[in-house]
Design a binder for this molecule. Structure first.
Ligand code: FES
Length: 121
């Protein structure tokens, strides 16, 4: 296994991301919810640059106890990355597609050591 330098830790605060290239592959790394997550920058839908997409909390519908619809709100827990080509959303923590869990992003391990971040390929 090989470690590819991503960034200095200080340059990747919460919500920051960076994309590295190795052996013809782009790998996107994001620090979200206090952890580092790395994905192959290829969307399983049609190959879009998913890691370049918007980071946004999942939109959820609010249903009251009497079953009436109360509108929508942003989740306080689930953060998604949205592919810029057609809007497929993926959970940043799991890489699974929000609309169809059988699809997912290819994940890579990350290492943070001595003030630097690496992705392991
Ligand atoms: S290529 Fe990503 S949503 Fe279509």
């Amino acid at each position: 296994m090989t470690e590819i330098f991503v960034a200095r830790s200080a340059d990747m605060p919460e919500g920051a991301r960076n994309t590295v290239e190795s052996e013809g592959r782009q790998i996107g790394v994001v620090r979200a919810k206090g952890k580092l997550h790395a994905f192959l920058n290829i969307c399983p839908h049609q190959g879009g640059p998913v890691c370049d997409g918007l980071l946004i909390h999942r939109v959820e519908e609010v249903i009251a106890a009497d079953k009436t619809y109360q509108g929508m709100r942003f989740s306080e827990t689930d953060l998604h990355i949205v592919c810029p080509w057609h809007g497929w959303e993926f959970n940043v923590e799991t890489g699974r597609c929000a609309g169809d869990g059988k699809h997912g992003l290819k994940r890579f391990q990350t290492v943070e050591r001595d003030g630097a971040i690496y992705v392991v390929i």
